[in-house]
Write a protein that binds this ligand. Sequence first.
Ligand SMILES: *Cc1c(COP(=O)(O)O)cnc(C)c1O
Length: 360
Amino acid sequence: MSRPTAAKIKLSSLSHNVTFVKSLAPTAKLMAVIKADAYGHGALAVGRTLEKIVDAFAVASLDEAMELRDSEISIPILILEGVFAPEDLKTCSLNAITTVIHNFTQIDWLEQTQFENVLNCWLKVDTGMSRLGIGTESISSSLERLKNVPHVTDDIVLFTHLACADDLNNKFTIDQLELFDSCTKHLTLARSAANSAGILGWPLSHFDWIRPGYMLYGNSPFQEGSENYSKLEPVMTLVSEIIAIRDVSEGGCVGYGCSWTAKRDSKIATVCVGYGDGYPRQAPNGTPVVINGHRAPLAGRVSMDMITVDVTDIPAGIGDEVILWGDGLSLNEIANRSSTIGYELTARLPKRVPRIICDK
Ligand SMILES: *Cc1c(COP(=O)(O)O)cnc(C)c1O
């Protein structure tokens, strides 16, 4: 039997979350963000589930887009970082891949490249995040240049990205949205600004296209208890099994560095998941796992292939399933305890962990 560590993927929850997203922004078109292998969930499985219920996909790069096209996914796909070399523009146009234009070099490349097919573009505007995008003062001149490139279609979408939308008290989002609106409202082009946090927390950011990522996978960029938090269903549940159980007497230590010492006679379960499986090494003593419906705390450091859990107070035996995050244990809680974000935990889940579609 193979190692029991796996990421269970519940595709029906993905559809549930899309329905919920649409209820929040019913008039906007929906671009599902499935970059980085759909945040670690598996871009093909996610793409096939969503292609009939969303308007477009976004990925980071042309390679990610071609993986979807090569698997016969035919709805529009946007590449969020644009192309990295001029010849890639031809691949975009041949495969109906929409490219982001975020700097003047990419416009130069467009002007210098010969195309046979049409090419769709989104123009990225920097409204304060200072990562990608042309300055607001260059919108008109950039559009002018784009419109003069033969084969570039006229229905360019203007978009920007919000830096602080996951903090409802941060006025920076208002500044970004006001700047974006004032620089683009006279242009009669479609517009887009909202990521998950924008969709959930800032209705003014919805415009014509919404771009949810994280929330599609059933997680909220806001914390537990916030509005709508419980309406999302986690798509991924990371599971493993108990492979050993031992008694540790009061005063005995557990794991590397002996960072956990038994304060009473204890029962310790060893579970075969570790940082080599994407479980965060930073997770401290006390971080919960769920076994047989009960929470149990991590006891001792996370190893590469194993963790140790204090199961003194709960029923637990060899072969019992252990939930690391997902169904009944929020990814955000594990991320918070480990000083990271849930995005990182799922996106960096290694190949070693099989993704198993399970829709029961
Ligand atoms: C990743 C990304 C998104 C999605 O963000 P979430 O917080 O996951 O919803 C939207 N727009 C752009 C430009 C992105 O890079």
